[in-house]
Write a protein that binds this ligand. Structure first.
Ligand code: COA
Length: 247
């Protein structure tokens, strides 16, 4: 187990567990968390022992209540802010990971909380989860990818409605919108996430990585290009084994 200040990172049986750990501030995303998350994501990406990772929030009340409002817009200047962003592109790193990532969401899932969840591949919510994008009310737009990742998951109209109205949605509605894959009881949240993670972990990690890339990268291509990508990725297995390339 690696304990940072505001993130707990554990490795167990091929599964990485990332816990946002500022429960007293509803796991609000601050600069410290950004720096620690950057290190943890790098470890998940590079560590061959990690096959899949689960993201969750510490405490009873929240996965993450968004950006830390006490640090809000405190960067000294847009130039410095941009430089920091280039040096620590957490969101680019998140989206570049080809291992499956699972978000286990409970309580408040706001702003950057949703954005972290959107960088994951499978989202599970407990019945008490509440989702919202409060950015416009704060006079800003999301900056951790939500304007791009959200419409790719729930479609343009629902993404626009969520962002432009700032209306909070329940776990049930999030499921209806396909923002989350499943809604489970709070007690079942981690066990269900672990069940999925173990199943994925037991597959060949290269096949898993190619499957993730084929879908995620393919969605940004037209059908013809997407099929080319699939052919290219599946072609890597040609000649290796009939089982690996059954089609
Ligand atoms: N940044 C920093 N601290 C935060 C926070 C945030 N985004 N969200 C909650 N906290 C802190 C509160 O300041 C409070 O700290 P305190 O106990 O030292 O006073 C603690 O977390 C508990 O929050 P509180 O507001 O008392 O709980 P609540 O149940 O009354 O309300 C929320 C919960 C989520 C509705 C409310 O905290 C909230 O609106 N947070 C801000 C959400 C937001 O706008 N995020 C930014 C998105 S870009």
């Amino acid at each position: 187990m690696t304990n940072f200040e505001v993130i707990i990172y554990q490795k167990q049986d091929g599964i990485g567990y990332v816990t946002l750990n500022r429960p007293q501030a509803l796991n609000a995303y601050n600069l410290q968390m950004r720096d620690e998350l950057y290190q943890v994501l790098g470890a998940i990406k590079d560590d061959p022992e990690i096959k899949v990772a689960i993201f969750r929030g510490a405490g009873e009340r929240a996965f993450c209540a968004g950006a830390d409002l006490t640090e809000f817009l405190t960067a000294p200047s847009p130039v410095v802010a941009r430089q920091v962003r280039w040096e620590r592109d957490v969101w680019g790193l998140f989206l570049s990971i080809t291992k499956p990532l699972i978000a286990a969401l409970h309580g408040y899932v706001l702003g950057s909380g949703i954005e972290i969840a959107l960088c994951c591949d499978i989202r599970l919510a407990s019945e008490d989860a509440q989702f919202g994008l409060p950015e416009l009310g704060l006079g800003i737009i999301p900056a951790a990818g939500a304007t791009q990742t959200l419409p790719r998951i729930i479609g343009r109209a629902s993404a626009l409605e969520s962002l432009l109205t700032g209306r909070w949605i329940t776990a049930k509605e999030a499921h209806r919108l396909k923002l989350v894959n499943q809604v489970v009881s709070r007690a079942d949240l981690l066990p269900v996430a672990e069940r999925l993670a173990r199943r994925i972990r037991d597959y060949d990690p290269i096949v898993v990585s190619y499957a993730k890339q084929a879908i995620n990268r393919g969605l940004d291509l037209n059908l013809e290009q997407g099929l080319e990508l699939e052919a290219k990725l599946s072609g890597f297995f040609n000649g290796q084994s009939e089982l690996r390339h059954p089609c």
